[in-house]
Design a binder for this molecule. Structure first.
Ligand SMILES: [Zn+2]
Length: 275
């Protein structure tokens, strides 16, 4: 299917970054958050990201660490590099709920990536009083180096430059999520890509997308299958593999290990030359 495709639309969820090595539990969690685990009883980086801290100093100490180890410390991970290799030579586009910037780091053309749910690397006004994002790399580094007993110094707590209220990480978790110009530009590029692919042989490659936010990738992909009989869905996911029964003939599911499956789909592995 990949060797015969005209267009490749990649839809990637949390399972891809987990498979790439950005796991939210185990040693990556216990090594980096030992103080937070003993103080707050946290159990993994996913649930701890919903922890209701009493003070902004604690909130930002947690988030500076979380953002640092998931967004700024990791280089482009090999699994993402393989995915880019897989997409090379194909007319491709990426839609992802991941906020770790890995598609950009691994060299995907930024105009071919729509990161719908935000980016750990940006801050916004906590109540979205204005639609602008602020690069947080320098601030996060300062906060991390100043953490003391699970707090940062009050002078490092960020404030909205417009309303003076609290800031937050640019993640879609409530109705205040900020979508700036570049977000709308990416959404438009995605819509344009879908129109452009309408009469071509399209392969949807869905990786690690579960039922946390299925309305962004999973359900729209199933809908594309219903509307476009020439489209094939390759679904890679060790769990939640089952799709809509009426789309089964157009779906190729892989419940095996995500990283190994992607490696086996590389042009060199399947003996074809993309393009
Ligand atoms: Zn504001």
């Amino acid at each position: 299917m990949l060797s015969e495709a005209d267009c490749l639309l990649i839809g990637a969820g949390a399972g891809l970054s987990t498979a790439a090595g950005l796991t939210y539990k185990g040693l990556r969690f216990t090594d980096n958050f030992a103080d937070f685990i003993s103080r707050y009883g946290m159990s993994d980086m996913y649930s701890s990201s919903f922890y209701d801290f009493d003070t902004e100093e604690e909130y930002w100490a947690y988030w500076a660490l979380h953002i640092g180890i998931n967004r700024f410390d990791p280089p482009a991970l090999p699994l993402y590099a393989e995915l880019r290799e897989l997409a090379e030579g194909l007319d491709h586009f990426v839609i992802t709920t991941n906020v770790d910037h890995q598609f950009f780091k691994s060299g995907f053309d930024p105009v071919r990536v729509f990161a719908v749910q935000g980016d750990y690397g940006n801050l916004q006004c906590a109540v979205g009083c204005h639609q602008r994002l602020y690069d947080d790399e320098g601030l996060v580094a300062s906060m991390r180096s100043a953490i003391d007993r699970c707090r940062i110094p009050s002078e490092l707590v960020p404030h909205c430059p417009v309303c003076g209220g609290p800031m937050d990480v640019n993640l879609r978790k409530n109705r205040y999520f900020v979508q700036d110009e570049s977000w709308y530009f990416a959404q438009q590029r995605y819509d344009d890509y879908l129109s452009h692919a309408a009469n071509r042989k399209l392969v949807l490659l869905e990786i690690g997308v579960g039922y946390n936010t299925p309305g962004i990738i999973r359900y729209p992909f199933e809908r594309i299958l219903q509307l476009r009989p020439r489209t094939t869905l390759i679904r890679i996911n060790p769990s939640d593999l089952q799709g809509l029964a009426e789309n089964a003939a157009q779906t190729i599911p892989f419940g095996e290990d995500t990283a190994s499956t992607i490696s086996l789909l590389l042009p060199a592995s399947i003996g074809v030359n993309n393009g």
